[in-house]
Ligand binder design. Structure first.
Ligand code: 5GP
Ligand code: ZN
Length: 116
């Protein structure tokens, strides 16, 4: 997968429009185009990592930062009290479709046992 061809790299570069909920130098969060719940954000690092399989100790600060922002987004989108789910689909059996590491933030309704 070339970074030039990666869908989420294109979203991060704003080559493809999206409804951006948060952005900084390291990451971006945007609304999922086919939401599975009333709150459904996709959160990605700006660097191209194919999946969780590409995460190493070199990314500890980045991943920690991303989860801190996810927590703040849960607050902003009003799901802290009601509850929410963070999902990272990885590989074929994990149901990963887009080959750029991403986290789903899902909430706003009681979630099924399997979702995301
Ligand atoms: P995956 O199945 O790889 O874990 O999740 C990919 C997610 O990206 C899906 O929930 C899908 O709806 C979302 N998605 C795919 N293409 C686009 C797009 O062009 N824009 C946005 N905002 N979301 C997308
Ligand atoms: Zn990418």
């Amino acid at each position: 997968m070339q970074v030039e061809d990666c869908l989420f790299c294109k979203i991060a570069r704003r080559d493809i429009p999206s409804e951006i909920a948060y952005e900084d130098d390291e990451m971006i969060a945007f609304k999922d185009i086919q939401p599975l719940a009333p709150v459904h954000l996709v959160i990605i690092p700006k660097i191209h990592l194919g999946s969780l399989n590409d995460v190493t100790s070199a990314h500890e600060l980045l991943i920690g930062h991303i989860f801190g922002v996810i927590r703040r987004l849960a607050e902003e989108f009003g799901v802290v009290e009601s509850g929410y789910r963070v999902v990272t689909n990885t590989g074929t059996d994990g149901g990963q479709v887009v080959g750029h590491l991403h986290f789903h933030l899902l909430g706003g309704q009681a979630l099924n046992a399997k979702i995301g």
